[in-house]
Design a protein around this ligand. Structure first.
Ligand SMILES: [Zn+2]
Length: 70
């Protein structure tokens, strides 16, 4: 599949761990969500893609809900 940004096919999949933080001062004390996923990196332009697992999506949704409820 070609890159939507630069139309290159030069991509590599890497295992990764990503800490996703909730934005805003009100969330400074809130723990981040660690996502362990594969990331596909376009080596020509840096455009990357990550798929977040459903269990991690649930944690992100719950974190956003608790932010808007505060
Ligand atoms: Zn690209």
């Amino acid at each position: 599949m070609l890159c939507a940004r630069c139309v290159s096919g030069n991509r590599v999949e890497f295992p990764s761990e990503i800490a996703i933080h909730f934005s805003g001062r009100e969330n400074l004390a809130k723990p981040h969500v660690f996502v362990f996923s594969k990331v596909i990196v376009r080596l020509d332009c840096g455009f990357s893609r990550v798929a977040v697992a459903e269990t991690d999506l649930r944690l992100l949704r719950e974190g956003i809900k608790s932010s808007s409820a505060a």
